[in-house]
Design a protein. Structure first.
Length: 301
C-alpha cells in the first residue's frame, strides 16, 4: 500500500536556471557593450580629474564699489571642455543601454531560434503594466518563460512607485536625451569656503553679520559672479582673497540635478548586477533572495 505523498513531495522539483555564457551558448555582445560603456565612463572620470588638477580654476573675492560686500568671481583661464565630456558621457550611456538590447536579441535567438518579429526585439523598460503587456505581444511572449520572467522582474513598474526614478529608466531616457543636446553643467562647491580674515570692517565696533548669497541658474565660466558676501557695513580687504573650489560636473534630469561622478558609479554597479541576473537566472529556493532593485540614489541637488 502506497503512503500518501507529503505536500513537499507533491511539489515539482526545482529546475536549475539556464545559464547564458558568452561564447559558449550565448552571444558575447552584452558583456562587450557593457565593458565599452565602463571604459568610456572611466575615461570621462580621468579626463575630469586631470582637468581639475591642472586647470588653475579659482574664485576671486572682488570688493564691491559700495564697500558693502565681496563678489565671488570665477576665474577659468583655460576654459571647460564640457562638450568633450558630454560626448564621452553619451558614448558611455549608449553602450550601457545597448548591452540590454544585446541581451534581448540573444534571448530571442537562443538555440538558433528565429524570432517572428525581429524588428520588434529590444530590451523593454516598462514603467507601467500596459507597456509590459505590449512588450509581451510584440516579442517577449515568444521566448522561453524563464527568460520572460527574468525580463519582467527588471521592469520598473514591478518594484518602483509610480513617478520614481529607476536606474534603467534614467539610463534609457538619458541615452535618448544625449542625441539632442549637451546636457552637462559645471559648478563650484563653495559651501565650505572660509573667508575669515579676508576683510575688516571700517568701523571696528560694527555689529553687522556677513551673509552669503549664491547666484542661481548661471553658467559657470570665466568672469561669472557666482555669489556675493554681503557684509552689512563698509569694509576694506585685508589682502587678496582667492578660493580654490571643489568642482563638480552635474546633470539635470526631471528637474533634479545629479552629481555626475557618483551617478556614473551607480550606473556601472547596477547595470552589471542586472546583466548578471539576466544571464544567470533567479536564485534557487534554497538561496537568499536577490536584493531589491535600486532607485537612482546618486547625489542630488
Amino acid at each position: 500500500m502506497l503512503e500518501d505523498a507529503t505536500e513537499e513531495d507533491a511539489q515539482p522539483p526545482y529546475a536549475e536556471p539556464i545559464r547564458l555564457i558568452g561564447g559558449i551558448n550565448f552571444t558575447t555582445w552584452p558583456d562587450l557593450k557593457w565593458s565599452r560603456g565602463n571604459s568610456h565612463l572611466a575615461l570621462l572620470q580621468s579626463k575630469f580629474a586631470e582637468w581639475h588638477s591642472s586647470a588653475p580654476v579659482s574664485v576671486d573675492g572682488v570688493l564691491r564699489e559700495d564697500l558693502l560686500g565681496i563678489d565671488l568671481v570665477a576665474r577659468v583661464p583655460r576654459g571647460i571642455p564640457k562638450h568633450e565630456w558630454s560626448l564621452d558621457l553619451g558614448d558611455a550611456l549608449h553602450n550601457l543601454r545597448s548591452a540590454f538590447d544585446a541581451m534581448a536579441w540573444g534571448m530571442a535567438h537562443f538555440n538558433d531560434t528565429e524570432p517572428a518579429r525581429p524588428r520588434s526585439v529590444s530590451f523593454p523598460i516598462c514603467t507601467e503594466q500596459k507597456q509590459w503587456e505590449k512588450a509581451l505581444n510584440d516579442w517577449v511572449g515568444d521566448i522561453r518563460p524563464e527568460f520572460q520572467e527574468r525580463l519582467r522582474i527588471m521592469q520598473p513598474f514591478t518594484y518602483m512607485p509610480s513617478g520614481s526614478v529607476s536606474v534603467l529608466s534614467m539610463l534609457h531616457d538619458l541615452d535618448i536625451q544625449d542625441k539632442h543636446r549637451d546636457n552637462l553643467t559645471v559648478s563650484a562647491d563653495l559651501q565650505a569656503m572660509d573667508v575669515s580674515g579676508s576683510f575688516q570692517y571700517e568701523d571696528p565696533d560694527t555689529s553687522a553679520v556677513p551673509r552669503v548669497e549664491m547666484a542661481s541658474n548661471i553658467k559657470f565660466g570665466d568672469g561669472v559672479v557666482l555669489g556675493t558676501i554681503h557684509t552689512g557695513a563698509p569694509i576694506r580687504m585685508s589682502g587678496q582673497l582667492i578660493l580654490r573650489p571643489a568642482m563638480k560636473v552635474q546633470l539635470t534630469y526631471r528637474d533634479t540635478t545629479y552629481d555626475v561622478m557618483p551617478m556614473l558609479q551607480q550606473f556601472v554597479t547596477e547595470t552589471r548586477r542586472y546583466l548578471d541576473i539576466l544571464l544567470s537566472g533567479l536564485a534557487s529556493p534554497n538561496e537568499p533572495a536577490e536584493a531589491d532593485w535600486s532607485p537612482m540614489e546618486a547625489v542630488r541637488r
